[in-house]
Structure formats: C-alpha cells, structure tokens
Ligand binder design. Structure first.
Ligand code: ADP
Ligand code: MG
Length: 262
C-alpha cells in the first residue's frame, strides 16, 4: 500500500502535459505495468480519445462494448467497464474515439468538471494507484482528470522548446487547485527522450531543474526505439524488449517513484 493519507483509498495521479508527443502515454503504460509487477494494484484510466494507452495494452478499442465515455457521460459504474490486462494487478478503463465528442457534451452537464472524480469513487478502495493518461489539450477532459487527482506527474521531452507551454500548464494546475481541488500537488517531473550525448539534452535538464527544483526525478528516460515500437505490438516494453535501455529506465523510474511516496 502507498503511504498516502488514507491507506484504503487509491492515490490518483494525472499524467499531464498539454503538449502532444512528450511521452505521457508511454510513461502511463510502462509505469503502471512496472508498479503492477511490484504487486501494487493499479488502474490505468485512458482519457485520450485517441485511445493509445488502450491499444498499447492490446485492447481492440474499436470493438469495446463500453468505454470511459459511458462512465463519464452516461454515468455507468466504471466497474462494468474496466478491463483486465495480461498483468494480474493491472486494470484499464479504456477509451476510444467515442470520447471525442464528450468535451462538447460535458459543457452542458451539471458538475461538468467533477464527473470523472465522482465516477472513480466507486473503485477507489480497490486500487493502490490510479493513473490517468491525459489528452494533449487543456479542455474539460483534462480538467476532469486534474480535478480527480491527488497529484500531477509531468513528462517533459528533452527538446529545444521543452519549457514552452509549462507556464500555461502550471497555471491550469493552479486554477484547478484554487477552484476544484485544493489538495492537488505536483508529484514529479519526468525527463523523456533524453540523449546524454547531446548538449541540448543536458541544457534542457538544467533549465527544467531550475524551474521545478527537486521535483525532477533523478531517472531520465532515454530516447529508445524499442519504446516507440512496443505499442504497435500491443505490448509494454517489459514484454517487447525486457533488456532494452527503455525497459531498464522505466523499471528504475518506478522504483524511484515508490521511494518518493515514503
Ligand atoms: P504523448 O502521450 O505525450 O502524446 P507518447 O507517449 O504517445 O506521447 O509518445 C509520442 C511518440 O514518441 C510515440 O510514438 C512514442 O512511441 C514515442 N516515444 C515516447 N517515448 C519515447 C522514448 N523514450 N524514446 C523513443 N520514442 C518514444
Ligand atoms: Mg498520449
């Protein structure tokens, strides 16, 4: 069990950065898998209409009977929607394109920012951790994810414009904290697609550390082609290439993540 406030409730963490392609989905998949292999009970919540986390786990997202849409919009109990994965401690609340219209549908609903939070309440006590993979936007789906979470884990890609958009990201977190979810914290910042051979990666890490201080994890995720290939086989890095640099990095990261819970 994690060492959060209430040991009977899952700690809920949003994997959030409104930029696309920074490693949210890759981090969600591989961190949740690694934690489940450490015997934590984990739920992965896919809130991206692209459904990349769902298909990455080998789920045929176009043949789902029900998806997160039914939990969020229709009001169905997520217990009826959650699927098992090939990992015994890892479940997923899957998503697909049906969710794409929900930003608009949510607009006219009561408590439109809190629907995910209320929906997940029925499964809170079953898991140690719930991870929410956010879509690459600042719309209502992301606001729902932030409102439902205890903390935010921010993947940042080691690239030239790494900090661009971070001001907006942090002010969104600030707004949610002020209006909807006072307990929301920054869980940590994960550097992704790191290349130690380039000055650029080193520079970016320095800049991000200056901004986020010790919130930046000591583990950096390297650029590794195996990480990019695995999802097309419906596999995590631990199934697809257990000896790869990417697999080693995510398993180290999951250990650092757990250490920081203490
Ligand atoms: P996001 O969810 O933030 O849009 P993804 O996790 O989908 O980002 O990553 C974007 C693309 O980069 C995907 O094709 C993914 O496979 C690839 N990718 C992610 N992390 C790495 C990495 N460390 N090394 C190489 N490719 C990566
Ligand atoms: Mg994604």
């Amino acid at each position: 069990k994690h060492t959060g406030k209430d040991p009977d409730m899952a700690k809920t963490i949003a994997i959030f950065n409104q930029k696309g392609g920074v490693g949210k989905t890759t981090t969600t998949m591989n961190l949740t898998t690694a934690l489940s292999m450490m015997n934590y009970k984990v739920l992965t919540v896919d809130t991206d209409p692209q459904g990349n986390t769902s298909s990455g786990f080998g789920i045929n997202k176009n043949e789902l009977e029900k998806s997160i849409y039914d939990a969020l919009i229709v009001g169905d109990d997520p217990k009826e929607i959650i699927l098992t994965t090939s990992y015994k401690n890892l479940h997923i609340l899957p998503s697909n394109l049906e969710l794409a219209g929900s930003e608009i549908e949510l607009t006219n609903m009561s408590q439109r920012e809190l629907r995910l939070k209320h929906s997940l309440e029925s499964v809170q006590d079953f898991y140690d951790f719930i991870f929410i993979d956010c879509p690459p936007s600042l719309g209502l789906l992301t606001i729902n994810a932030l409102a439902a979470s205890d903390s935010v884990l921010i993947p940042i890609q080691c690239e030239f414009y790494a900090l661009e958009g971070v001001g907006q990201l942090m002010s969104t977190v600030g707004l949610v904290k002020k209006g909807l979810n006072p307990k929301l914290e920054i869980e940590g910042v994960l550097m992704t697609m790191y290349d130690g051979r380039t000055n650029l990666s080193l520079q970016v890490v320095d800049e991000v550390k200056e901004y986020f201080k010790d919130k930046v994890y000591n583990t950096y995720i390297p650029r590794n082609v195996r990480l990019a290939e695995a999802p097309s086989y419906g596999q995590t890095i631990f199934e697809y290439a257990i000896n790869s640099k990417g697999s080693q990095a995510y398993s180290e990261f999951s250990q650092e993540f757990i250490k920081r819970q203490e």
